[in-house]
Design a protein around this ligand. Structure first.
Ligand SMILES: [Fe+2]
Ligand SMILES: [Fe+2]
Length: 140
């Protein structure tokens, strides 16, 4: 089930909201890639895309927080680092699988698939609601 954007996710700062929408698309692409048989390399690319865009987005938010002299900057930055670590850990069993043409997403063990999908269901959304939402009054 894809995660759908809801108005409740909006922090009212266009560039951040757009980034969050795009991150949800990338999360949904990973879940889709895990449920349809395809080359492992496609799944690896989908995970790499999410990891790369996440790092860019977090760096962007951190720059805005510094510019705004946001008091909870360290707390928010630590949350970002924790999220990156969680993604790394959940993705590692899949990324370490050989990505050759003969290997498809069917080879992903259910345990590894469930761990990644389970994390991604709440991973970004919880952060938006808990930490990013507090930027609403700071940035707008
Ligand atoms: Fe964010
Ligand atoms: Fe954030």
């Amino acid at each position: 089930m894809p995660i759908l954007w809801r108005d409740a996710f909006s922090i009212g700062f266009r560039q951040i909201d757009n980034d969050h929408r795009h991150l949800l698309d990338l999360i949904n692409a990973i879940e889709a890639a895990l449920t349809v048989e395809q080359a492992m390399s496609k799944l690896h690319n989908a995970i790499d895309d999410l990891a790369a865009y996440t790092r860019r987005h977090f760096a962007f938010e951190e720059r805005l927080m510094i510019e705004a002299s946001y008091v909870n900057y360290e707390w928010h930055k630590a949350a970002h680092q924790e999220l990156i670590e969680q993604l790394k850990q959940a993705a590692e069993p899949i990324l370490s699988m050989r990505g050759g043409d003969s290997n498809t997403t069917l080879a992903v063990p259910a345990e590894a698939r469930d761990a990644l999908v389970g994390l991604l269901r709440h991973w970004l959304v919880d952060h938006i609601i808990k930490e990013d939402m507090q930027l609403k009054s700071v940035l707008s």
